[in-house]
Design a protein around this ligand. Structure first.
Ligand code: SF4
Length: 240
């Protein structure tokens, strides 16, 4: 498995679990606000962690950590993911997969193999603008993302759907439209994440005006249903 980063301890990335995070190299999207640009554009620039190193670490942490978040980049692009997840499972960990949703068949296969306990999915844009915002050329991209979400709901997989919000791409009208699409898919809870102006793919975004916390909370309230807001420090600043 092409893992290019490790966060050894997290209380927020696997809801309700103490976890570590593994970051897979490479991604098939180019979201302008992505704050892992090196991992996405030039994964080879980041030191690769060997399976040996990772599994030694995980063995040492059994009983201390409950879960492993496999994030990225986009981990579903790596053909070794399934076997990698199996080995993590054999150590007794719960697994959360963070994905952009572009490979539903991979998600389904890992779940059928009993190696998926939770799913995090970034919902990027309304359907009509999905390819534009992600820079993706996958023609059936929206269908794929929706299929990933629908599968998680149908199989009762704990699902964390979130959207990083920047004013340039996400007007209040667009966010309302996205909430309607998620409602239609049966997504109960949606998280709006404050844009983080640190290292990103499109540097012009860092100085472009975006929402204050208060403005984002007002938008979340207006979208109705269960829409919450995560602030820059990672904790929720609004939860309806
Ligand atoms: S935000 Fe996620 S999906 Fe988008 S480019 Fe970065 S890693 Fe890929």
């Amino acid at each position: 498995m092409d893992i290019r980063g490790l966060t050894k301890f997290s209380l927020i990335d696997f809801p309700g679990k103490i976890s570590c995070i593994l970051y897979a190299g490479g991604c098939n999207f180019r979201c302008p606000y992505c704050h892992n640009p090196h991992l996405v554009i030039d994964p080879e620039s980041q030191p690769q962690l060997s399976d040996n190193f990772i599994f030694n670490f995980l063995k040492q942490r059994t009983g201390k950590l409950e879960g492993v978040v496999i994030s990225g980049g986009e981990p579903s692009l790596c053909s070794a993911l399934s076997g990698f997840a199996e080995k993590i499972k054999m150590l007794g960990y719960l697994i959360k997969l963070d994905t952009n949703g572009s490979n539903p068949d991979v998600v389904i296969s890992i779940h059928k193999n009993k190696c998926l306990d939770a799913l995090g999915l970034d919902y990027k844009a309304p359907s009509s603008r999905y390819m534009e915002l992600t820079g993706s050329k996958i023609e059936d991209l929206v269908e794929r993302v929706h299929r990933t979400i629908s599968y998680a709901i149908q199989e009762n997989i704990p699902l964390d759907v979130r959207t990083t919000v920047h004013k340039r791409y996400h007007s209040p009208e667009i966010l309302r439209l996205m909430r309607e699409e998620l409602n239609a898919l049966g997504v109960p809870v949606w998280t709006l994440q404050q844009f983080h102006p640190a290292e990103i793919i499109d540097n012009t975004l860092a100085s472009a005006p975006t929402y204050s916390d208060a403005e984002l909370i007002d938008i979340a309230k207006e979208t109705g249903n269960h829409t919450r807001v995560r602030g820059l420090k990672g904790s929720f600043i609004f939860d309806s």
